[in-house]
Design a protein around this ligand. Structure first.
Ligand SMILES: [Zn+2]
Length: 330
């Protein structure tokens, strides 16, 4: 049996999985490697962990796919720039790992890898094209069009997190203002909740925040579930911002599916009514194609939550070597 390895370099720790060609996860490990450490050290520990995993997963290794936060030069396998991995600027990640392990390595942006995972095995497995929005510390995006990741000219396509929602909104790390990321990321949820606490409109949140060293998006979500209005209002902003962005995407692309994933998507039930209402209000393409109670894949526009959780990026990364091999056969 043949298998591939998927690596997720996106989080604080390194996660690695062995996946067979049908998408069955054979092994999965989370290493203690802190990806913020020195890059050669991280690569060496990653290679050791991959070797250990290959020893346990019986079969033939076909290649390694790695999801990396940042901008990748797809041609050379250089990591051009990464906000999470500042010391890796123009680092030849692909060549280093290929040299160390002697097998094919494919790099991909982590948000694109997550999109590919949901496309292969998750929410979008029955459609031919999809758009994924990943709500984490930031907001990532990925487009799969006709079965292939859409990279754009310089590998920079899919920056959905930096679509403008409010022209004069909060400044964003990208240099613009009021980006989707400033309203729908975990960071934004915490910022908005803190603002509500500061202006006195969120007494329950203030009490909860006072009991812990650090307010988290998950706490705000818990409070919203328990019926706290201030917490719910925070997620109304998340839903509205996502709705504005998705309405624009639906109007531009007319794709069959838009998938919302990442940690903040755990709160889907809290923010999705606002999101869907906003999409319906703003997109005539959505109104003309929205599903009723029986959505048909490929016929209706479906806006839904991701199914694979934090494993989406691992599955997508593991899929990359198979796609690359398919290309080289043509
Ligand atoms: Zn931005």
């Amino acid at each position: 049996m043949a298998f591939s390895i998927g690596v997720d370099l996106g989080g604080t720790n390194l996660r690695i999985a062995a996946v067979d060609e049908h998408g069955k996860m054979l092994e999965k490990i989370t290493t203690g490697t802190d990806v913020r450490r020195e890059r050669d050290q991280v690569i060496a520990e990653m290679c050791d962990a991959v070797r250990a995993l290959c020893g346990r997963a019986a079969g033939e290794l076909r290649g390694i796919g790695i999801g990396v936060p940042g901008i990748i030069d797809m041609r050379t396998g250089l990591l051009r720039e990464s906000p999470n991995l500042p010391g890796w600027h123009d680092y030849p990640v692909r060549d280093k790992i290929e040299h160390n392990l002697g097998t094919m390595v494919v790099l991909e942006n982590d948000a694109n890898a997550a999109a590919l995972g949901e496309f292969w095995l998750g929410a979008a497995r029955d459609v031919s094209s999809m758009c994924m929005i990943t709500l984490g510390t930031g907001v990532g995006g990925g487009l799969v069009l006709g079965g292939e990741i859409w990279h754009g000219m310089a590998g920079m396509a899919g920056e959905i997190g930096h679509m403008t929602i409010e022209p004069e909104g909060p400044p964003c790390g990208c240099g613009s203002r009021g980006c989707l990321e400033q309203f729908a990321s975990a960071t934004a949820v915490v910022r908005m909740a803190r603002a509500a606490i500061a202006d006195g409109s969120a007494p329950e949140l203030a009490r909860a925040a006072g009991q812990t060293p650090e307010l988290s998006a998950r706490m705000v979500y818990q409070m919203a579930l328990e019926g706290d209005r201030a917490a719910q209002r925070t997620f109304d902003v998340v839903g509205r911002a996502l709705g504005i962005a998705i309405a624009a995407l639906v109007n531009v692309f007319n794709l069959p599916m838009y998938v919302v994933g990442g940690g903040v998507a755990s709160a889907w039930h809290v923010f999705s009514p606002t999101l869907l209402e906003e999409v319906r209000r703003r997109s005539f393409v959505y109104r003309a194609t929205a599903a009723g109670d029986t959505p048909m894949h490929g016929t209706h526009t479906i806006v839904t939550r991701a199914l694979l959780g934090s494993d989406a990026g691992l599955y997508g990364a593991a899929r990359l070597p198979w796609i690359e091999q398919g290309k080289s056969k043509k």
